[in-house]
Design a binder for this molecule. Sequence first.
Ligand code: FAD
Length: 308
Amino acid sequence: PSCLSLNGFNGIKWHRPLELKHVLELKSRFPDAKLVVGNTEVGIETRLKKIHYPIFVSVTHVPELNILTINDDGMEIGAAVRLSELQRLLKKVVNERSSHETSSCKAIIEQIKWFAGTQIRNVASVGGNICTASPISDLNPLWMASKAKFKIVDCNGNFRTTLAENFFLGYRKVDLGKNEILYSVFLPWTRKFEYVKEFKQAHRREDDIALVNAGMRVFLEEKDQKWVVSDACVVYGGVAPVSLSVVKTKAYLIGKPWNKEMVENAMEILKQDVVISEDAPGGMGTSVGSPEVHMSARLQVTGEAEYT
Ligand code: FAD
């Protein structure tokens, strides 16, 4: 049979289809069915938050959702690909492709290094992290900053694509209908003089949830013998109900020469973009989680040494 189906306690039904079309059939018959891959988020909801999901669809064995394809313009990563596997492939890509093309890949490799521990990384999926839309997800700021696109398929097999930046609508709320699932992530290669950097600040260096994290991208162009920011995207996690793309700072950065003054001014403007109240959950609004501290650190690492 192409789908293993089991009955559990409390009337729970668990299906493990082997083809995408069976996933879509199940989702069409049971729109509230809970997709599951590593169960590292769903398990917390069912065991600790006592949420009852009557129907599970495990998509671990669906080949279409496990693709890892290298294209001329970037790579496509199936939604069910596990983080350890993604990290392995990214390392291979970094070794094989021109260095300037893989700035996003390097940032993601570095971020996955500090993502949970080995056991979680071996089962946790790319799609599970994205669709949970945790405001403290370590990877969502990087997908957004890297201009990644998410491919979505509905129960009739129709595909649509959306920019990662437009996918996160609110606190744990994403642009997915009940009849849709995430199919894959497209990560474009970076261009020459385009740089992506990751950031994560946590209490413990290893296996800890971030206090604040970030994904940042700048694209520099040489104009009148100066390096000028021609495009930028700075996204913070842990400072708002969603991964937050900073609008005013971005508008300021574009067109500015890449130098210390720019960094200092950008940090001032950042305070308008990222406002953390004194009574913010976690109580770290004004101390270690302060985003301008991290932006300063990152911008200096990304380019100042090389370009001024
Ligand atoms: P699951 O629990 O299987 O699913 C999560 C959600 O995604 C569910 O709602 C499911 O229905 C939905 N879903 C899955 N696939 C699809 C799809 N294709 N289409 C639509 N919906 C889909 N997160 C971090 O960002 N950084 C960390 O450092 C970190 N550390 C952790 C440490 C521990 C101990 C634990 C338990 C979790 C941690 N997490 C962390 C959170 C979690 O591991 C990740 O979000 C993980 O990537 C989720 O993947 P999963 O396959 O286990 O998701």
